[in-house]
Design a protein around this ligand. Structure first.
Ligand SMILES: [Zn+2]
Ligand SMILES: [Zn+2]
Length: 109
């Protein structure tokens, strides 16, 4: 029989199998502590009560630049329609404007 490795839950101090433990910060900015499944569930329940309902993002408008005519425009990247320049109607030379460059870098990591 394989002996399961156990770890002490940082919340209730019970020994629980390592696979049942995940590290969790009790509050944002706090040090993460090892927590067993039941403690995590309790935490989730209490945080759900406090939490406001999640906002579903339907719009993410970014600035694009059409290199055919130099027209700058905002486009909702979450919409299902294809992006094209509202000025000249071309779609082949449109690039996200460099104002969003920093954000793009962060997301690509
Ligand atoms: Zn626990
Ligand atoms: Zn254009």
């Amino acid at each position: 029989m394989i002996q399961e490795r156990v770890i002490l839950c940082g919340n209730c101090n019970k020994s629980v199998p390592v696979v049942d433990v995940k590290y969790f910060a009790k509050f944002s900015g706090g040090m993460p502590i090892a927590m067993c499944t039941s403690c995590r569930n309790n935490l989730k329940l209490s945080s759900i009560k406090k939490k406001k309902p999640e906002v579903i993002v339907k719009e993410l408008r970014k600035i694009f630049l059409c290199h055919s005519c130099g027209y700058k425009f905002r486009f909702n990247v979450l919409s299902s329609s294809k992006i094209k320049c509202p000025f000249c109607g071309k779609a082949d030379r449109i690039a996200e404007d460099s104002e969003d460059f920093a954000e793009k870098l962060v997301r690509s990591i």
